[in-house]
Ligand binder design. Structure first.
Ligand code: NAG
Ligand code: NAG
Ligand code: NAG
Ligand code: NAG
Length: 360
């Protein structure tokens, strides 16, 4: 007898709290190609199309002397500042530069083993005898993708006089820390811009599955890797969210993404000056952020970056709380027999929900 490891998810009591929206986010369309239904995400190359910024005129161009001498990004920045200036205290516009990390060892391993076998067995291990994917680091190709982003930002600074981020956030997982570092360290930023000192933020991490690539290192390890980067207050020494047994559902992840965004919007002392924000994160987490922002689904290739113009409005309604469950994900305890279309565990290794590695 063999076991097909595709059990329906069982709801368990591990709860994430969700509270009703207190901020209404909307994606403002007609500025970026990535917002248009005609743009194909799978072939989209942000470096070939000026980050997707559409060539057009803006209402605020009228305030600029000889707008034709300004670049698209200069006029766009002015347009966003004007949108903020002309809106009430309860409304804020920001441009989020959502960057996915470059290829990590877990991405390479998923390609190598195939997705069904990866999910039902290999991803639950810390690695194999030649590669490690617990809190995976970037592969050489992944570092190359971060350097592409670095070179592209420099080109945009030099040629488009792009306004560089006023604040930087990064997920605490190693692949995103490395990606943010290779992307932004050493850029020749415009005079007067905010230096690159990213805030490491727990809630911008990847969707938490039972895969070890979603299990982060300790706070001490992260601090040793990037000693000059601030880590948000309350960040725990050990990863207290990953347990190797239960996985966040999309609803729980979206509630978490909403909470992360709440600390980015309406937060700084002069919020309307803190207009361009960089967030270096993950495919699943960026997909969740896009859902919260009301953006269409747009899946990013490893290393890709997209800006999104967001309108946020404080709502008067009092938040109500509810609790969201996580699910358990059964997996094999030995390499699967086959994984062509689905994962089949060997007869001696029925699916279980206990972790294969205990390195909490
Ligand atoms: C959120 O904002 C959008 C755009 O301004 C508006 O159409 C929508 O009705 C708002 N939703 C809520 C719940 O206020
Ligand atoms: C936008 O304008 C620039 C410079 O004027 C041009 O090089 C580019 O091809 C245009 N892009 C599109 C999508 O029309
Ligand atoms: C370990 O996984 C990597 C993919 O990340 C693969 O390239 C390598 O061949 C694997 N090693 C063994 C011994 O199977
Ligand atoms: C951070 O990036 C710089 C510049 O590319 C590089 O020299 C350094 O080794 C990187 N640090 C880490 C910990 O990856």
């Amino acid at each position: 007898m063999r076991f097909l490891a595709t059990f329906g998810p069982a709801l368990v009591g591990l709860a994430a709290s969700a509270h009703a929206a207190s901020i209404n986010y909307t994606t403002v369309k007609e500025y970026f190609l990535q917002d248009e239904s005609s743009t194909d995400a799978s072939t989209f190359d942000y470096t070939a199309v000026n980050f997707g910024l559409i060539n057009r005129t803006y209402p605020a161009d009228k305030d600029i002397n000889s707008p034709q001498t300004k670049t698209q990004w200069e006029r766009f920045y002015h347009q966003v500042l004007t949108l903020n200036k002309d809106s009430s205290q309860d409304v804020e516009y920001k441009v989020l530069f959502l960057g996915r990390h470059g290829e990590g060892w877990h991405n390479a391993a998923e390609d190598y083993y195939g997705t069904p076998a990866w999910n039902c067995y290999w991803a639950e291990l810390d690695g194999n005898c030649t590669a490690t994917w617990f809190d995976a680091a970037l592969t050489t190709a992944g570092m190359g993708q971060a350097l592409v982003a670095h070179n592209f930002w420099q080109k945009e600074i030099n040629e488009q006089h792009i306004h560089t981020p006023d604040s930087y956030y990064v997920s605490p997982l190693k692949r995103t820390l490395q990606t943010a570092n290779y992307t932004f360290t050493g850029l020749k930023l415009p005079h007067g811009s905010t230096p690159f000192v990213p805030l490491i933020k727990e809630l911008f991490r990847e969707g938490i599955s039972i895969h070890t690539c979603d299990h982060r290192h300790s706070r001490s390890y992260i601090h040793e890797l990037f000693p000059s980067w601030p880590i948000e207050r309350g960040f725990t020494e050990k990863d207290e969210l990953w347990n190797g047994v239960t996985a966040e559902t999309s609803a729980a992840q979206d509630a978490r993404s909403r909470k992360a965004l709440e600390s980015v919007f309406f937060s700084s002392t002069d919020p309307k000056q803190n207009t361009f924000v960089s967030v270096t994160s993950h495919s699943g987490e960026i997909a969740s952020i896009l859902r919260v922002l009301g953006h269409r689904a747009f899946s990013l290739n490893t290393g890709a970056v997209i800006p999104v113009l967001v309108r946020a409005e404080k709502l008067a309604a009092t938040p109500t709380s509810s609790s969201l469950s996580w699910t358990v994900s059964p997996h094999c305890t030995a390499p699967p027999v086959t994984s062509v279309s689905a994962c089949v565990c060997p007869s001696s290794a029925a699916p279980v929900t206990i972790p294969l590695v205990w390195n909490l």
